[in-house]
Design a binder for this molecule. Structure first.
Ligand code: ADP
Ligand code: MG
Length: 240
């Protein structure tokens, strides 16, 4: 394949991050303020007639939607920023993957997507069950969102060459352009109308805290493959 394996080591500096957060939150806030003022002004003019009441409901629905957007951003941001220390335990990656797949099973079914699984017996790893599960869910949900109504999500686990374990999630979706591929791990990078662009930065942070890696390979029209790699048990122990 002529497409390169991309491992994005670069994360935004704190300053860039702060600027994008401010921007992301500021847009919905501006909408909330505008519509809240409008509603107040309308109600100050006296009891609304039916048509006015419909307008008020529509404006308040906008306030609700924009507030939900802010709260989704903040929620994801907390996951991303809160450098929650990983609670590392010895565990089987397959158990984590099984649970993650259960969490997305309903969405897969709704969209009529096919799931292929090939979970190989692998060595135990040291990982935080909940955080690793979240990483798998974030990647799997992106695949599901990318495929829409047709496609196959294939999930594999396998022993890595270095003695660690790899979780491979491949989809048959539209793929990612080389230009977008450079940015997918950056906070707030999204191509979705309602995306937060934080899912993959959360994945990146989680894999870093595990001394692991996340790699992505994609080509427009050929689907996308993410690899979550965990180091072998005992790696890093006894080192300065
Ligand atoms: P979000 O899902 O909110 O957009 P993410 O950080 O999870 O944010 O993903 C960032 C972007 O990476 C997506 O908007 C999309 O453009 C791209 N992407 C991620 N996974 C896939 C995939 N499996 N197929 C196609 N594009 C993807
Ligand atoms: Mg996402």
């Amino acid at each position: 394949a002529q497409n390169a394996l991309v491992h994005n080591e670069k994360m935004s500096s704190l300053g860039q991050l702060a600027a994008s957060i401010a921007h992301e939150i500021n847009n919905p806030l501006a909408g909330i303020l505008t519509f809240a003022k409008l509603v107040i002004r309308t109600l100050e003019q006296g009891p609304p007639d039916d048509a006015t009441r419909r307008d008020l409901v529509r404006n308040l629905a906008l306030v609700q939607r924009e507030t939900e957007r802010c709260s989704a951003i903040v929620r994801n941001l907390l996951d991303f920023a809160r450098d929650r220390p990983v609670a590392l335990r010895e565990l089987q990656v397959n158990a984590v993957v099984e649970e993650a797949l259960q969490l997305i099973a309903h969405q897969l079914a709704i969209q009529g997507l096919t799931l292929e699984r090939d979970l190989q017996p692998t060595a135990a790893v040291r990982a935080d069950f909940g955080q690793l599960r979240q990483a798998v869910v974030n990647v799997a949900l992106n695949a599901v969102e990318a495929m829409g109504k047709r496609g196959t999500l294939s999930v594999r686990t396998r022993a890595a060459a270095d003695g660690g374990v790899e979780i491979v999630l491949a989809d048959t979706g539209p793929g990612i352009t080389p230009e977008n591929l450079k940015h997918v791990f950056e906070p707030f990078f999204t191509t979705k109308e309602k995306g937060t662009g934080l899912g993959l930065s959360v994945v990146y942070g989680i894999m870093q805290r595990h001394q692991g890696r996340v790699d992505v390979q994609s080509e427009p029209g050929r689907g996308t493959t993410f690899v979550l790699a965990l180091p072998p048990l005992g790696a890093g122990e006894g080192q300065a």
